[in-house]
Design a protein around this ligand. Structure first.
Ligand SMILES: [Zn+2]
Ligand SMILES: [Zn+2]
Length: 179
């Protein structure tokens, strides 16, 4: 039997004779006659459970996504934030990332679990979530601190320290792939 996750806890199960049934796992229901006429878990519901345990299809609270760096498919919680990255490519300090809005390259200098509406940019400009350029992003997105390496200035007196200001971005606004 071939099992395909359709999202929101629904799975399509295709048997050897090409008969396809729909399993709603959270409800424990299946569209096959066996399930409807007898009050027990049919082989399709059981098969979906086996496939989830084996890690071959995502659980109801998970989605299948590809790691932005290696392309490996993984199952992650519905609530995970982009950029989707597998455990060996998780975002870390020192990584080069790109702003999805401008394409500009950024260097990660800090990671945090704090929400965009909790981190303030300045008294006058409010929080990261309030900033006009972040309207498309959610208030509960975690914040990542970055600098623009290309804005670094070397003057005749040496490096200009003010040229490397730290900025805060909602994590989903960042990507590891240059556009
Ligand atoms: Zn069934
Ligand atoms: Zn990866």
């Amino acid at each position: 039997m071939a099992v395909t996750a359709l999202g929101r806890g629904s799975y399509e199960v295709v048997g050897e004779s090409d008969d396809a049934y729909l399993v709603d796992l959270p409800a424990g229901r299946c569209t096959c006659p066996d399930h409807r006429f007898r009050d027990e878990r049919c082989k399709h519901v059981r098969r979906v459970a086996i496939e989830i345990t084996a890690g071959r299809v995502p659980a109801p609270d998970q989605i299948a996504v590809d790691c932005e760096r290696c392309g490996e498919t993984m199952f992650t919680e519905h609530t995970a934030f982009e950029p989707y990255l597998c455990p060996s490519h998780e975002l870390s300090v020192g990584d080069m990332v790109y702003d999805r809005e401008t394409g500009q390259r950024l260097l990660v200098v800090g990671l945090s679990d704090r929400r965009a509406d909790e981190v303030s940019i300045s008294a006058a400009r409010g929080t990261v979530a309030d900033h006009y350029s972040n309207r498309e992003y959610d208030a509960d997105d975690p914040v990542v601190s970055v600098v623009y390496p290309d804005s670094f200035e070397l003057t005749q007196h040496g490096p200009a320290p003010d040229s490397l200001t730290v900025y805060s971005f909602p994590r989903p606004r960042l990507t590891v792939t240059p556009s």
